[in-house]
Structures are given as C-alpha cells and as structure tokens.
Design a protein around this ligand. Structure first.
Ligand SMILES: [Mg+2]
Length: 300
C-alpha cells in the first residue's frame, strides 16, 4: 500500500531508448521514480514488476508488443488494477480501441506533449491510490489489520486454483484463542481487543511476505501458506503458538494460548479444505488446548 510519503513508481516500456529516456526525464522531474524496459519480455522478467504504480507502454516492440504485455498485466491478480497508458505512434481509431480493450486506462499518441503526459499520469495515479486505500479498507479487519473473512475466502479460491494448475503445495493453518470468552468476561472487552491485536502482530511478525493472514471470526485466525508443505506449515504454526504463549501482558494473571489445525491441500474444494483444517483445530481444543494438530503427524 502506498502512502503519500512514498514516491509513485512508473515503468516505461519502449524499444526506442530516446523515447523512454525522454519520458523518464519528464516524469523524474515531477518526483516520480521511473524505470525503463525495452520490450514486453524484458518488462515481464523484472522481479519488481508488481511494485509499480503505473505502466506506460509503447505498442510496436520486437519481442513482445504492448498489447500482449498489457493483456498479461491485466491477467495478473496483483497487477490487474495497476493503470496502463499506451504511448504510441499508432494513431488509428482501431488501434486505440484495441488498446482500451486490452485494459488500458489511457492512450496517448506520439509526438506527445510533456505537460499533458504529466497531467494524465497524475490523475491516473490519484485514482489508483484512492482505490488502493478503499480496497485496503474493504479487505482488512479494522481492529487487527489482518485480512477479513471475505478477502481470505476470495484469496483462497485463487490460491487453490493456482496450486492445482502448477501442481504445488498449499497449506492452511487455522487458530482459535483458548478460553477467549473467559478473558473478555474477566478482564473486559477492551483487554480482549488488545489480546486480538497483539496476537495478530505476532502472527504477522512470524509469517513470510507471501503468506496471507486473516481474522476469520471473533477469535479465529487463518493463514494461507502458498507453496508450503505440511511440515513447514506445522513449524510456522508451532512458532506462532509458542510466541503467543510467551507474550507479556500488563495483568499477570492473564494467560493467553491458542490451538491450531494444519492441513495441506490434496484434491478438496475450498469448503472441504477449510472444513478439514477446522476439524483438526477442534481436535486440538478437545485434546487439551495450547497445541497444534496436523493432518499428518509431524515430529516436533
Ligand atoms: Mg516501438
């Protein structure tokens, strides 16, 4: 998520170095961080592709043209909302229509005017930042700043289909705080909220950047671990269990622990996958709490 203090970053893709350098020069002057690539292939090969806030694409380029690149970007879950502007010598209406059909937000023809480019870029970035902010608000749980139930569901659908397509591993951890009702009843709801926030922070500190953590219900948490087998997922769950158990609280009588279930996707649907994990979580509860149970026994 971008905040106002970070520079917006722009990738310019054009096979003519004179053009990309000119654009870079104009936009750098406006305090944007501008990178360049000489065609679609080179752009797609960049590790930092997902971090750009806006793309400016030429259309006619040797290895992969702008239409194909734009289509690739719009097919990507992470980049489909990143604005794409075509900046091209193709001036025919049908070229423009094709550009918009590929998902571009704007179309500028060469020769272009620098001030007009700046004005258009500025507007598209503003819309993008506002949308990112609203999206973030809609996707996160206000109290814990973890993702909310509906986002987790949507994301899990995506991850399951990606995992099946690429024959990878996908693991799921579900946690539930032990005796949370008692904590609320004994220490008050304000304390209860603090517990949820501190536990969420522990989870965020431990998981990797590619893992997706959410608050699934009142005191229930869920973590999606892409490309992770059950042994590694179990280790993550254990690490979180221990770290939560060791959290320090203002009130020394307060003891916070959690129980968890860990499973790895085989051929289930999303509901079966969640159900399978939830069953393990409840097994951990009935087995005395403060423990993690995995679908396949893991030596600790
Ligand atoms: Mg060209």
């Amino acid at each position: 998520m971008n905040d106002k203090s970070t520079l917006s970053s722009i990738l310019v893709v054009d096979d003519d170095p004179a053009v990309s350098q000119l654009i870079q020069c104009i936009l750098t002057e406006e305090q944007y961080a501008v990178e360049t690539a000489s065609d679609g292939r080179e752009a797609l090969a960049r590790d930092d592709l997902k971090t750009f806030d806006l793309f400016i694409l030429d259309i006619n380029m040797p290895a992969m043209n702008g239409y194909s690149l734009c289509t690739e970007l719009k097919n990507s879950y992470e980049m489909r909302d990143t604005p794409v502007i075509f900046l091209t010598g193709n001036i025919l209406p049908e070229d423009k229509v094709k550009g918009f059909e590929c998902g571009a937000i704007d179309y500028i023809t060469k020769p272009f005017n620098g001030s007009e480019l700046i004005a258009r870029v500025r507007n598209h970035l503003e819309v993008k930042h506002n949308r990112d902010y609203l999206k973030q608000m809609a996707l996160t749980d206000g109290l814990t700043q973890l993702y909310n139930h509906s986002y987790i569901h949507e994301r899990l659908v995506e991850e399951i289909s990606y995992t099946k397509r690429h024959e990878l591993n996908l693991s799921l951890i579900m946690f539930d705080l032990d005796n949370f009702k008692l904590v609320n009843d004994t220490f008050g709801h304000k304390q209860g909220d603090k517990v949820l926030q501190k536990v969420s922070r522990s989870i965020k500190d431990i998981i990797r950047e590619e893992d997706v953590a959410g608050r699934y219900g009142g005191e229930e948490f869920i973590i999606i671990l892409p490309n992770t087998d059950h042994v590694s997922a179990f280790k993550v769950a254990e690490k979180i269990r221990k770290s939560v158990k060791n959290l320090k609280w203002d009130n020394r009588d307060m003891k916070i622990t959690l129980s968890g279930g860990v499973s790895t996707l085989s051929k289930e649907s999303i509901n079966e996958f969640i159900e399978k994990t939830d069953v393990l979580l409840y097994k951990a509860k009935h087995d005395g709490k403060d423990k993690i149970i995995s679908a396949v026994p893991v030596m600790n």
